[in-house]
Ligand binder design. Structure first.
Ligand SMILES: Cc1cc2nc3c(=O)[nH]c(=O)nc-3n(C[C@H](O)[C@H](O)[C@H](O)COP(=O)(O)OP(=O)(O)OC[C@H]3O[C@@H](n4cnc5c(N)ncnc54)[C@H](O)[C@@H]3O)c2cc1C
Length: 306
């Protein structure tokens, strides 16, 4: 079985960033990735300083991959991790290429998977003109006629936020809205229409939303929108380690990226559910510096004169 000082699961912004610091710290480390990131649907990521013009997620990752590969102690294998176990202080990682890898430290940066609500036509516009995060894509959709899809308890808060980018909003709850009278009045007062009827389908052309059509046949012109609930769950389950989860569904940590399991760390969307590229990158940097610091102290002790 191949042995490493650190294994990182996931080569998104978080995993790649940690690998860069590990490589620059001369650590023998391995990155494993299934090539199944949830942001692969989007054509351009925004809001990352120096890449704000819009960088394709795959291009962001291939630049990162070529940078980490420059370090001789860094290895990368494209494969899905199927199992992660720990015995006597050592983690064993199994992958669907039939191999096993061992390490005393594992960083999980596997992100989230999504299961979009079953609305006909949503898949065609998600990541093109309908998005989950206004900070990522609000500027590109500013002042447009937008749809807001969702019926979560924090709907009113989400609407107030999106209103920052466009005041031409229609909220589609796809069924009876879970809103108080006060919230409904608040929406009316801000000129935000609320449509509670079930959605029949979304009509689009090459990813550009055109109309939201209701079961009654009534159609609303919208050129884009935001969706609250994308059916997120952990891409790689750590349930068997007895980890706790935050209310949002991220893996709870004790401090920084440390979980209650010694040697097991979580960063990026695995920890935050939605980090954004910059935070994910920063957490990768931080965890690698923390782990390397710990290892450097241990190496010093081992090599010390008694
Ligand atoms: C539609 C959309 C648009 C977005 N737009 C923006 C934007 O414009 N700006 C911005 O800052 N943020 C944006 N985000 C958010 C951003 O993409 C994420 O917050 C960020 O990618 C999180 O990085 P990460 O490294 O934690 O996870 P990810 O980038 O999701 O990477 C996780 C990696 O883990 C791998 N993986 C998962 N399971 C396994 C397994 N079992 N074995 C091996 N590998 C595995 C996946 O293949 C993936 O490569 C967007 C998100 C979405 C969904």
């Amino acid at each position: 079985m191949e042995q490493y000082e650190v294994i990182v699961i996931g080569r998104g912004a978080a995993g790649l960033s940690s690998a860069l610091v590990f490589g620059r710290s001369k650590r023998k480390m391995l990155v494993l990735d299934a090539n199944a990131a949830r942001n692969s649907v989007t054509h351009a990521s925004h809001g990352y300083l120096t890449r704000d013009g819009g960088v394709k997620p795959e291009s962001f990752k291939s630049i990162g991959l070529s940078e980490i590969k420059a370090y001789p102690t860094v290895s990368y294998v494209e494969t899905k991790v199927t199992a992660l176990e720990k015995e006597e202080g050592v983690f064993t990682v199994q992958t669907d290429n039939g191999k096993s890898y061992a390490s005393r430290r594992v960083v999980v940066a596997a992100g989230m998977r999504e299961e979009l609500p079953a609305i006909i036509g949503l898949q065609n516009v998600y990541g093109s003109t309908v998005f989950p995060c206004p900070y990522c894509d609000g500027w590109e959709r500013k002042d447009e006629p937008l749809a807001i899809f969702g019926n979560e308890p924090w709907l009113i808060h989400y609407v107030k936020l999106i209103y920052n980018w466009s005041q031409d909003l229609i909220v589609f709850t796809n069924g009876a809205a879970a809103l108080s009278e006060e919230d409904r009045k608040d929406l009316r007062g801000h000129g935000v229409e609320l449509v509670e009827e079930a959605i029949e389908e979304l009509i689009s052309t090459e990813g550009r939303l055109q109309q939201v059509v209701m079961v009654s046949g009534e159609a609303y012109h919208r050129s884009g929108g935001f969706i609250m609930d994308t059916g997120e769950s952990q891409a790689f389950s750590l349930d068997h380690f007895g980890v706790d989860y935050t209310d949002m569904g991220g893996v709870a940590t004790e401090e920084g990226a440390k979980t209650a399991v010694k040697g097991l760390y979580v960063i990026g969307d695995t920890k935050n559910v939605f980090s954004g590229l910059l935070k994910a990158t920063s957490e990768g940097y931080e965890v690698a510096a923390e782990i390397n610091h710990e290892m450097a102290m241990e190496d010093w002790e081992r090599g010390g004169v008694s």
